[in-house]
Design a protein around this ligand. Sequence first.
Ligand code: PAF
Length: 294
Amino acid sequence: MSSRPLPQPLPRSRERGVIARTREELRNALGRAPERTTVGLVPTMGALHEGHLSLIRRAAAENDTVVVSVFVNPAQFTDPADLARYPRDLDRDAALAFEAGASLIYAPEVAEIYPPGFATTVHVRGVTDRWEGASRPGHFDGVATVVTLLLNQARPDRAYFGEKDFQQLTMIRRMHADLALPGEIVGCPIVREADGMALSSRNVRLDAAARQQALALSRALAAMRQQAEAGERNVRSLLAAGEAILRDVDLDYLAIVDPATLDPLETVVPGARALVAARVGGVRLIDTMALQET
Ligand code: PAF
């Protein structure tokens, strides 16, 4: 009688965790998982913080195998200096990800994702036109292209994205439906510091004074939400209240939008979203809040 070993779930401990550097290693590692195993994917660019870890924990609670991709995607940076100074520490990220429940890290080189001759760009019309799309031309094409590749390479049952990048999440949902990409897209709530500041990999670049000033973003959103909850429906009035709180930062935009189209609203509707982007101490920050739950 043959004694084939029983398939084992992929290891989850830091010591035994797998780091795949190529598509083939990823495929082989996932191929070792038992049949009918569910796979959760958490795409990241590394520099993991509590926000990413909350996605990994949720993916681990909902799937047998969790792949965390760590790839600083050059195609989504509009400023080469920003790309150059983006923090990279795979050992730290892998340790944190395994600790939070990752089974496998996928950390490809740039040439593995974009091999010589790569000539395809995924562009999602409409939802990418305004806001971050207007401020960072080409950014969303880079995100859409890499997320399509990652979904096709990992073929997850579920892929997890934070709501902080609300426009990114909206675009990914549109693209996922349009291109019939595998699995389900799961949006996860923003993780905030005790004082309300949304967690972001960019926060480490704020000095103490800028960190204090940056609180204006979450405070403006919270004030607008409070007024909406108290019954204010007029978008102009809500924006005026938010702008007053944001007067000391270099505001890029403050908007109240439809949650599906991201078009600006005149009157608050169920699910309406406030979006804000501003430069504080030389760092560009974004935040978002639902003004009224659906
Ligand atoms: O949100 C991010 O960190 C990135 O845009 C993503 C989704 C990992 C694609 O590079």
